[in-house]
Design a protein around this ligand. Structure first.
Ligand code: C5J
Length: 224
């Protein structure tokens, strides 16, 4: 049954049957000490505020039987999928592939690459491993969404202006309606978080909508 999501710049009608929740990169490597985020000089504690709202929308999405997709940024252990230009960034002693307190930084299969326990995927929820910032680049996300005839994406995760933004831009160009759940996103740079959300909804929603976790929960739980 169609619903309406309170959002900016305008309410967004959506049908839960063709809507997916996409949770971007809520990984230990970004949210905890010793991972990729910290290796780039960031204060990882700044991302913690996004976790409870993300848990709330995840629970509501599960209650509403939405498709839930989790993504993880990371690379093959041999780094063959990591561009040298990406490998060269960060502190010289703590780059992608280097050992850290949570295993090798941003490497698939290492403890730091895992999604945080508070948002752990359930069996049957697709987990998309991506080598880039966008969730469509070099992944099968488009196939997963097409198989369920998904038209609308509710997007949250970290970081707002990097992987969330890149994914939403990719999705918008592919024809999806994207609503970014602002309080369930986070950035190491609060001004970038605010600017990132403002950019999405500016100019009549130039590449999406911005909403809040409470609005998503109300729309999913509230019925038609
Ligand atoms: C970053 C991400 N910030 N998931 N990755 O490098 O946003």
């Amino acid at each position: 049954m169609p619903r309406v999501l309170a959002a900016e710049p305008s309410p967004l009608p959506f049908d839960p049957a063709s809507t997916a929740l996409v949770i971007i990169d809520m990984q230990r490597d970004f949210l905890e000490l010793g991972g990729f985020g910290e290796s780039l000089g960031n204060d990882v504690s700044l991302l913690a505020a996004a976790v409870p709202p993300a848990q709330a929308v995840l629970a509501a999405a599960r209650r509403a039987d939405l498709l839930v997709v989790h993504t993880r940024e990371g690379h093959r252990p041999d780094l063959t999928d990591a561009p040298p230009a990406k490998l060269a960034r960060g502190a010289p002693a703590a780059r992608i592939g280097d050992p850290g307190p949570m295993g090798r930084i941003l490497i698939r299969g290492e403890p730091g690459h895992a999604i945080i326990p508070d948002l752990a995927p359930l069996p049957g929820e697709p987990v998309v491993d991506k080598p880039g910032k966008g969730a469509f680049y070099a992944t099968d996300l488009a196939n997963i969404l097409a198989a369920r005839q998904i038209a609308t994406l509710l997007v949250c995760g970290v970081t707002t202006e990097v992987c969330v933004h890149t994914t939403v831009r990719e999705a918008n160009d592919r024809g999806y309606r994207c609503a970014v759940i602002g309080d369930a996103c986070g950035s190491y740079i609060p001004a970038f978080h605010e600017a990132g959300l403002a950019m999405i909804k500016a100019q009549g929603g130039i590449f999406g909508w911005v909403t809040a976790s409470a609005a998503v929960v109300a729309a999913l739980d509230g019925g038609p």
